[in-house]
Design a protein around this ligand. Structure first.
Ligand SMILES: [Zn+2]
Length: 182
């Protein structure tokens, strides 16, 4: 994700405002990874369909913040970013249906051909065991459904654009976990 700290601090107020209105989030309607029962938190930031591309990869991101902040930010139209899934603090969220193109890789061809997964982590704060284990379960499910080879198809954001993302995430831990589960 590409968020400045200013934007993240701004989120706190936005999240509070949403909570204060009593807005109830719709549940699960588009949950694609059914076994993991994600919480559906719809983002307006996506392109319908895949532009004819097949999904052949998973792009791994860190949030540089919390899952709750990401849940809130991806609901804002002005963010102009999204991902399919976000994992952290004991919850798996889904923001964009897998049949649609999420805006996460900074590369339109990569966006059309990938599932984007955000992980709660920051500089000096690697993902916790829940986040790693849920990511492994989710990536295993995705690799099965799309026929993705985890050794070549689970890739860091920085492979597609100039960014440090996914920071301190141990990509090999996820790949090894998926290989063990497949
Ligand atoms: Zn990223």
């Amino acid at each position: 994700m590409h968020l400045t700290r200013r934007k993240f601090f701004g989120l706190t107020g936005a999240a509070t405002a949403v909570a204060a209105t009593g807005l109830v989030l719709p549940e699960i309607a588009h949950a694609d990874t059914k076994a993991l029962n994600p919480v559906w938190i719809e983002s307006p930031n996506f392109t319908a369909g895949r532009g004819g591309a097949a999904v052949d990869k998973i792009v791994i991101h860190h949030m540089a913040g919390t899952r709750a902040a990401t849940d809130s930010w991806f609901q804002q139209t002005e963010a102009q970013v999204s991902a399919h899934y976000g994992i952290g603090e004991g919850q798996l969220s889904q923001y964009v249906a897998e049949e649609n193109t999420a805006w996460h890789a900074g590369d339109s061809a990569a966006n059309r051909s990938s599932i984007g997964i955000e992980h709660s982590a920051d500089i000096g704060r690697p993902p916790d065991d829940y986040t790693y284990n849920t990511s492994i379960e989710l990536c295993t499910d995705l690799c099965r459904r799309y026929g993705i080879d985890p050794n070549t198809g689970i890739l860091p954001h920085k492979q597609f654009s100039s960014t440090d993302c996914p920071g301190e995430i141990n990509l090999q831990r996820i790949i090894d976990g998926v290989n063990a589960a497949l």
